[in-house]
Design a protein around this ligand. Structure first.
Ligand SMILES: Nc1ncnc2c1ncn2[C@@H]1O[C@H](COP(=O)(O)OP(=O)(O)OP(=O)(O)O)[C@@H](O)[C@H]1O
Ligand SMILES: [Mg+2]
Length: 176
């Protein structure tokens, strides 16, 4: 019998709350007995694309690798939580087509708030001109047009976000 996994793709501005949501969702799904793997931005980059920068070309090449790995895991019954800024609509749509069992979660937060949070100090660096290609500053972020879930991290807790995703997974028949 084929176990059906799924890729839960979290996209949003840097510091919008993807990693925080991923960890809460991971815990909840594990507690429900599902196999879960979190693929998170910086950590995965170190292993899959240590040479990559943040040009569109580099980001897309990196994400194609991530999409391939996610697909292998999902087809073996794993719930993959992929947390990447992934600012381009076209590559997210490619992920959807390529993976099939895929839901897109928009981790939504205003630029004003992410710039206040700025836990890695990247927005400050970008504003000082010390780094280039910073999403939201001198690089675009293309909002999802039809995400399965919108999580508003300015108004909702990560617990609430994880519950919304679990509801959607139930609705789509991925979990009971
Ligand atoms: N729902 C939330 N409500 C309030 N604050 C939050 C929420 N989610 C995350 N935060 C805070 O926002 C900051 C950034 O969160 P997090 O590291 O999860 O973002 P990220 O999207 O993973 O960023 P990056 O793209 O840089 O990896 C952290 O300080 C975190 O505590
Ligand atoms: Mg993160």
């Amino acid at each position: 019998m084929r176990e059906r996994g799924c890729v839960i793709w979290l996209t949003g501005l840097p510091a919008s709350g993807k990693t925080t949501l991923a960890r809460v969702l991971e815990r909840k799904l594990r507690n429900m007995g599902y196999k879960v793997e979190v693929l998170d931005g910086d950590e995965v980059r170190k292993w899959l694309s240590p040479e990559a920068g943040f040009t569109r070309e580099d980001r897309e090449r990196h994400l194609r690798r991530v999409i391939y790995v996610s697909k292998l895991l999902a087809r073996n019954g794993v719930f993959v939580i992929a947390a990447f800024v992934s600012p381009y609509r076209s590559i997210r749509n490619f992920a959807r087509r390529e993976i099939g069992d895929f839901i897109e979660v928009y981790v939504k937060c205003s630029l004003e708030t992410v710039m206040k949070r700025d836990p890695k100090g990247l927005y400050k660096k970008a504003l000082r001109g010390e780094i280039k290609h910073m999403t939201g500053i001198d690089d675009p972020y293309e909002e999802p047009l039809n995400p399965e879930v919108i999580f508003d991290s300015e108004r909702e807790s990560p617990e609430k976000g994880a519950e919304k995703i679990i509801e959607k997974l139930k609705e789509l028949g991925y979990i009971k």
